[in-house]
Design a binder for this molecule. Structure first.
Ligand SMILES: [Ca+2]
Ligand SMILES: [Ca+2]
Length: 145
């Protein structure tokens, strides 16, 4: 299987650092223009979510190398973003709306201790809640869009 085809079929791969924003008839979108190398796969994990609470998904990545989330918001027409240091290189990103405000929360699952670390959107991502749920080796169940 060619590397590029493999990239497009995997849910946890995107080359956002090599992507560009384009205007189109259906609004802005991003287009991959780079390669999907094994090195980049370890650095960037995309996820879909609505972090700013409008009606559209935002572009977000979780960079394992520094445990930072980078979110490009749809409410800014994908012209402004923010970074949030939340997680470790071995954590699994598990974004969802845990606090029920309609906005996606920033969250990671740490398999080594079965902890869920959730940075709440209701506090503009300034306070967190933690749950221990699972046991070593468990896999978090994620709903993919
Ligand atoms: Ca949004
Ligand atoms: Ca939320």
């Amino acid at each position: 299987m060619p590397a590029a085809a493999h990239c497009r079929t995997s849910a946890d791969i995107a080359v956002v650092e090599h992507a560009t924003i384009h205007s189109g008839p259906h609004g802005p979108h991003y287009r991959e223009s780079g390669l999907c190398s094994s090195v980049l796969r370890t650095l960037v994990v995309p996820n879909a979510g609505n972090y700013d609470g409008d009606t559209r998904a935002d572009i977000a990545i979780y960079r394992r190398s520094n445990g930072t989330w980078y979110i490009l918001t749809s409410s800014s027409n994908f012209t402004a973003g923010a970074g949030y240091a939340w997680g470790a290189s071995t954590d699994t990103p598990v974004p969802a709306d845990y606090d029920g405000d309609g906005r996606t929360d920033i969250a990671v699952y740490r398999s080594s201790s079965a902890h869920w670390f959730i940075l709440k959107s209701t506090t503009s991502f300034t306070t967190a809640i933690t749950y221990q749920w699972g046991t070593t080796g468990d896999v978090p169940v994620l709903r993919r869009p």
